[in-house]
Design a protein around this ligand. Structure first.
Ligand SMILES: *[C@@H]1O[C@H](CO)[C@@H](O)[C@H](O)[C@H]1NC(C)=O
Length: 476
């Protein structure tokens, strides 16, 4: 009897922490990505003691965004010269603090540069040693090198890719050969090869390395844009807007749009839309037309809610105040909101015409654009990973489930912040007609018009170009 009572008690006592742990798992973002991450660092003589210390510090810096544990990211470090040396086995340290100490205490090897051999060692012995091969979502290698390899890198790198390992190549200094880095890294090399002038400036590529590692972890999907594939989320498709709403003519003859009525419900489980959360930087793009009542209401054009209906991310349009509000998570408060105000031309959004609204979100800053014109730049407090246990919705009145009738042509979230510069508002009439303005960089959409009016298919232009390519004029 006592035994039973005791086990009952312990079961009750054990329950809450277990539940709490499960709740925590519902937050998703870069830090909670399930990665096996292997750093392969050049320790040859050309690096030198002091630069080697800088390289170690850089590795520590780019690692700090991950939660180091058996559930999330596990890290291994290989130092190489003539032969590779396993400095830190994969998963040896189950906390960030211990891992940092271990990286700090790595001693410099010295010797020649056999990069191919080191990559092969990583593939055959380090990735292969992972105890959680079935759970791990991303296997990523980061090769940091300052010079030409004295052995062949092609075979080993190819083998890594065959095994599904993503390889980043980081070239430091002027001795590096681009072709070697390109052979080492995944394609496209624009995404997987990074350069730093020397070790003293390697901190300049810390931000882009972090973003790329995060994109790899949380942005698995690709959207075909012009001739390139952009990592991101095509929400028109993902949120089933195209299935649930009626198709209407869009802003240009070549474009289709969808009209939402009060009875359209665009709601999906966040887990299905953003299974790994949101990256630290992203670009939210919406092309839409607000007619009648929708231009006077306050509603969430896009929102991610937790199970308890708390906003994890939202773009809120307020026609009454002629403002746009961006909401995101906060480390210290329940949420943080920034308001793009009237007086910054954001009010144009409510004039009943087609517009493209773009929000560039960075870790500490958010910038909004209307039809390619910069509206406002606002600072952010540090954010937290989002809860993915709730729903993601489109065009809902604030705090309710009521749909606001809007016409939507584009709804996307790109993971690469640079897509903000490439994604032009060529589908907007005013932008097409008034290509040149006083700003120093303007996108002229003349090419787009030409393609539109030109005889279909006779000029041999590739299809996707028709809708998405624009010429860029740089006025110096
Ligand atoms: C690492 O981060 C610290 C703190 O942000 C910074 O001062 C330092 O320059 C960084 N070092 C490298 C090598 O990235």
């Amino acid at each position: 009897g006592a035994m039973l009572l005791w086990s009952l008690w312990s079961a009750i006592l054990l329950l809450p922490p277990l539940e709490a742990a499960e709740e925590d798992n519902e937050r998703a973002g870069c830090s909670t990505a399930v990665n096996d991450l292997v750093y392969i660092v050049d320790g040859s003589w050309s690096v030198g003691f002091s630069d080697f210390d800088t390289a170690k510090q850089w590795l520590i810096n780019i690692t700090s965004q991950f939660d180091i544990s058996s559930h999330y990211t596990q890290v291994a470090v290989i130092q190489y010269s003539d032969t590779p040396r396993l400095e830190i086995p994969l998963g040896k340290h189950q906390s960030g603090v211990k891992l940092i100490q271990a990286i700090q205490s790595i001693t410099y090897l010295g010797g020649n540069t056999q990069t191919g051999r080191a990559i092969k060692f990583a593939v055959d012995h380090v990735f292969a040693s992972s105890h959680r091969a079935s759970q791990v979502k991303n296997r990523i290698a980061v090769v940091v090198t300052d010079g030409r390899s004295q052995d062949d890198v092609v075979d080993a790198s190819m083998e890594a890719r065959v095994q599904g390992i993503t390889v980043f190549a980081v070239g430091v200094g002027s001795e590096i050969t681009t072709s070697e880095l390109v052979s080492i890294a995944n394609r496209p090399s624009s995404a997987y090869v990074l350069y730093a002038e020397d070790y003293t400036t390697i901190e300049h590529i810390q931000g882009s390395m972090e973003q790329k590692l995060c994109e790899e972890s949380v942005c698995p999907t690709r959207i075909p844009v012009a001739s390139r594939d952009e990592r991101g989320f095509e929400l028109m498709l993902g949120m089933n807007v195209q299935k649930k709403a009626k198709k209407i003519p869009g802003s240009l003859i070549s474009e289709a749009a969808y009209t939402l009525t009060a009875s359209t419900d665009i709601t999906e489980n966040t887990r299905d839309i953003f299974p790994e959360g949101l990256p630290p930087s992203y670009v939210f793009v919406a092309t839409l037309r607000l007619k009648g009542s929708s231009s006077k209401l306050t509603f969430d054009l896009w929102r991610v809610l937790s199970k308890d209906k708390e906003i994890q991310a939202a773009v809120t349009l307020s026609g009454k105040d002629k403002t746009v509000i961006f909401t995101t998570t906060s480390m210290t408060e329940k949420e943080q909101r920034v308001t793009f105000k009237a007086g910054f031309q954001v009010g144009m959004l409510y004039d009943g015409k087609w517009h493209q609204f773009k929000v560039l979100v960075r870790p500490r800053q958010v910038i909004s654009f209307l039809d390619d014109q910069l509206i406002q730049e606002i600072m952010l407090e540090p954010v937290e990973p989002i809860y993915i246990n709730g729903e993601t919705q489109v065009a809902k009145r604030r705090g309710t489930d009521i749909t606001v009738p809007v016409e939507i042509q584009k709804l996307r979230l790109y993971c690469d912040p640079h897509q903000s510069e490439r994604e032009t508002a060529c589908e907007i009439h005013s932008v097409v007609r008034a290509p040149l303005s006083a700003v120093s960089t303007t996108q002229s959409c003349s090419q787009l018009i030409k393609y539109q009016l030109g005889p279909q298919g006779q000029r041999g232009l590739p299809g996707p170009m028709v809708t998405h390519s624009c010429t860029h004029h740089f006025i110096l």
